[in-house]
Design a protein around this ligand. Structure first.
Ligand SMILES: C[S@@+](CC[C@H](N)C(=O)[O-])C[C@H]1O[C@@H](n2cnc3c(N)ncnc32)[C@H](O)[C@@H]1O
Ligand SMILES: Nc1nc2[nH]cc(C(=O)O)c2c(=O)[nH]1
Ligand code: SF4
Ligand SMILES: [Mg+2]
Length: 211
């Protein structure tokens, strides 16, 4: 299978349970909950997205003919020769539209731990080492287990109280960025104080101005 990648970059994981960890981000093109075009945002299922995932024109992006070619580009983006601590985050767009066993095996072969950021509408393949699910109101949620659940808050139709029985190790609330970011952050603080199963996930990369 070939892969359409918007961008490949080396930064620190900014969110959730792996925050602060150096990682290669592989951002796949395309999503099943929004076209990515501003003219379509209001009628999309997911309307608060903070990401440009259209096309393959970003830093390190492109069309990769097969898993070996993409794994090679991920190794080159990591840039350090040692295998120690190699970590790749597959995101998007929606990465589970494209991530398959061939690519999982190819990056494991290169010594990477594999993390995925998914909206939960597609069942995850075997072999993901750190699966983050971030459900979206109005979508069909099928992947209800993983390592962390990271709920963008608030989404009025999604009540965190309905989620803590699910099979996740960690439960994060991430304030919805946008015009109401400050109010949303205060709402997350209040919710976590009253419901300590939940923790605050800040988008730390935005705070310090790194990708
Ligand atoms: C751009 S998405 C890509 C992965 C996948 N499509 C998903 O939604 O999980 C990466 C992460 O950013 C979060 N996110 C997107 N827009 C956001 C916003 N406006 N504020 C806070 N988090 C946001 C998503 O919920 C997800 O956890
Ligand atoms: N630094 C950094 N951390 C991130 N964690 C999840 C991200 C994403 O867009 O999926 C992201 C991102 O875009 N940048
Ligand atoms: S599901 Fe993820 S990538 Fe798709 S529009 Fe929503 S936040 Fe953006
Ligand atoms: Mg992001």
């Amino acid at each position: 299978m070939s892969y359409a990648v918007k961008e490949l970059f080396h930064t620190l994981q900014g969110e959730g349970g792996q925050t602060g960890r150096p990682a290669v981000f592989c951002r796949f093109s395309g999503c099943n909950l929004w076209t990515g075009r501003e003219v379509d945002r209001e009628k999309a299922i997911c309307r608060f997205c903070d990401t440009d995932f259209i096309g393959t024109d970003g830093e390190g992006g492109g069309r990769f003919a097969d898993a070996a070619a993409l794994a090679k580009a991920i190794v080159e983006t990591w840039a350090l020769p040692e295998h120690d601590q190699r970590f790749v985050v597959f995101t998007g767009g929606e990465p589970l539209l494209q991530l398959d066993k061939a690519l999982i095996d190819a990056v494991h072969q290169e010594g990477f731990m594999i993390a995925v950021e998914s909206n939960g509408t597609i069942a995850a393949p075997e072999g993901i080492d750190w699966l983050c699910i971030s459900p979206k109101a109005g979508s069909e949620w099928v992947q209800k287990s993983g390592h962390e659940l990271k709920l963008v808050y608030p989404q009025p139709e999604l009540d965190p109280a309905d989620m803590t029985a699910l099979d996740f190790r960690q439960f994060w609330l991430q304030p919805m960025d946008g015009p109401d970011r400050v109010a949303n952050t205060n709402a997350v603080v209040r919710y976590c104080l009253a419901h300590p199963r939940w923790r605050l996930s800040l988008q730390t990369h935005k705070l310090i101005g790194i990708p």
